[in-house]
Design a protein around this ligand. Sequence first.
Ligand SMILES: C[S@@+](CC[C@H](N)C(=O)[O-])C[C@H]1O[C@@H](n2cnc3c(N)ncnc32)[C@H](O)[C@@H]1O
Length: 212
Amino acid sequence: MGREFLDVFEEWASSYDEAVTGHDPQYRDVFERYDTILGEVAQLAEGSVLEFGVGTGNLTEKIIEKGQHVIGIEPSEPMRELAEKKIPNLPLFEGDFLSFPTLDEPIHSIVSTYAFHHLTKEEKQQAIANFYSLLEEGGKVIFADTVYENEQAEQQIKQEAKEKGYLDLLEDLNREYYPQLQEIRQLFTESGFHFEATQRNKFVWILVAEKQ
Ligand SMILES: C[S@@+](CC[C@H](N)C(=O)[O-])C[C@H]1O[C@@H](n2cnc3c(N)ncnc32)[C@H](O)[C@@H]1O
């Protein structure tokens, strides 16, 4: 569920690693400091890690380099093939934020970068409730994704995209479900998490939610 944007990734998979290095001017600001952002998420992950929306495996690689065990979930077959090439022994399953194989080991961290915005508000709410059940006490959700600081920031970002003629970016911002900070904070705190967020570039924030 929440897979309505999957077609984009079936097409985007082969050139995705170029996009994250700033080759596409429309997405340059979105992916600004991409490597550092993923590195920060990896540093915060502890214990057994469950990763959603693995893509080509860039975050996964960083967590494994730290010596940790990662289980990956990714709905797109072309993306899974690329991740499997990069990390041959990764336990990687077909699934999404809401529907994935039953896990038979405790999970201490749930991570994801540039993916949670594919879910509607209701789907995010359901996913967050599932994360709470899945995590051990003190376990954390650590996400990096586009979040608008407030309504004014949302309008300003969309206006700038329009003025620059970044129409693909603008369409993406209007089509997907990028939340405002207050909304995502409320979704996590209402499910029993302590929530903190820090901005890392014009678009992307690191969200850390700890199970209380
Ligand atoms: C922009 S890419 C991010 C990939 C990688 N996490 C990164 O940071 O480079 C978004 C990924 O989310 C996946 N995705 C799309 N819908 C999803 C869903 N409902 N649940 C989990 N992953 C999803 C896509 O297939 C794609 O691999």
